[in-house]
Design a protein around this ligand. Structure first.
Ligand code: UDP
Length: 324
């Protein structure tokens, strides 16, 4: 074994892919998850794998782990706007108390620490694309602040542990990521559009659909996180991780209609408050330092994701028929 990693949010979308990757690389993995938005379905196949352990746990409470831990990866947090708007206080607790507890654990164990932060720390950005040294434009009392400000606090807390205690802290600012294991009802744009297209329902475009996002396929993101977690000499550094290929939401809707072969149309719904108008990562730093850039084009990643959702929807239909 190459060491032990502790992954909070290990049963979530990104967390479960991370567990898989670290196991494949020969690490022992301890996954913590409260299952608030994560699911055992995401990690059921890992229970048989040697070196994997799951603990159902809410990281807003003090964390006690007996064994040595080489890397703590703090990925627990509701991450879709729909989820964090539904659990605003818990979201803030996971990013404040949860970050404090996981940093305390890293300090006690002498572990390296990787914080999952977000492009939301840039808010509705005035600088485009967003480099790491842009400070952002965040509404501190808007509905999204429970996530944006909590992650900004988490970053500040991680940097304080680095400065005061010399903890080997690294921060990943993760931009929109998609792929298998996102929940059908996650509420984010890609699961929504794919499910709507596959069900033959109209795709719900918020606003006029001219807002942009840049979508990264999960395998590309995991590669970036793995490098950031395992490379030497990155203490106190922050990296944007995402795919700079930018699309309007309307273009995305049309692409998903085409790729699914659906007859669905588009309906327009009100734009949520403080919805960022443009988002695109500047990944120069990750390219130069980690030698990383995404390689999976949107179309290819969407086709894999559509396949996953098609299977999930079939499973759902069977389940609901068997209950009739
Ligand atoms: N969006 C949309 N229809 C949906 C869900 C989302 O038009 O059914 C838009 C949303 O307003 C935002 C973009 O798609 O402009 C991305 O939203 P998402 O919830 O995926 O994440 P965000 O990037 O806002 O965190």
């Amino acid at each position: 074994m190459r060491g032990t990693v502790l992954i909070t949010g290990g049963a979530g979308f990104i967390g479960s892919h991370l567990c898989e990757r670290f196991l494949k690389e020969g690490f022992k993995v301890i996954a913590l998850d409260s299952l608030l938005t994560g699911s055992l379905d995401n990690i059921a196949h890992l229970f048989e794998v040697e070196g994997f352990r799951f603990i159902r746990y809410d990281v807003t409470n003090f964390i006690y782990i007996k064994e040595e831990i080489d890397i703590v990866l703090h990925f627990a947090c509701p991450a879709s706007p729909q989820d964090y708007l539904k659990h605003p206080i818990h979201t803030m607790k996971v990013d404040s108390l949860g970050t404090l507890n996981t940093l305390g654990l890293a300090k006690a164990k002498g572990s390296r620490y990787l914080l999952a932060s977000t492009s939301e720390v840039y808010g509705d950005p005035e600088v485009h694309p967003q480099p790491e040294d842009y400070w952002g434009k965040v509404n501190p009392i808007g509905p999204r602040s429970v996530y944006d400000e909590a992650k900004r606090f988490a970053e500040a807390m991680a940097m304080a542990y680095y400065r005061e205690h010399g903890i080997d802290v690294r921060i990943a600012r993760i931009f929109n990521t998609y792929g298998p294991r996102m929940r059908l009802d996650d509420g984010r744009v890609i699961p929504n559009f794919i499910c709507q297209a596959l069900r033959g329902e109209p795709l719900t475009v918020y606003g006029d659909g001219s807002q942009t996002r840049s979508f990264c396929y999960i395998d590309d993101l995991i590669e970036g996180i793995y490098r950031l977690a395992t490379y030497e000499g990155l203490m106190g550094e922050v990296f944007n991780l995402g795919n700079p290929d930018e699309y309007t939401v309307k273009e995305l809707a049309q692409l998903i209609i085409n790729l699914t072969g659906s007859n669905s149309g588009i309906v327009y719904r009100p734009l949520p408050q403080d919805d960022p108008k443009r988002r695109r990562p500047d990944i120069t730093k990750a390219m130069e330092t980690l030698g990383w850039k995404p390689v999976i084009p949107l179309k290819e990643g969407l086709l894999k994701t559509i396949e996953y959702f098609r299977e999930r929807l079939k499973g759902e239909a069977l389940h609901s028929n068997s209950r009739l």
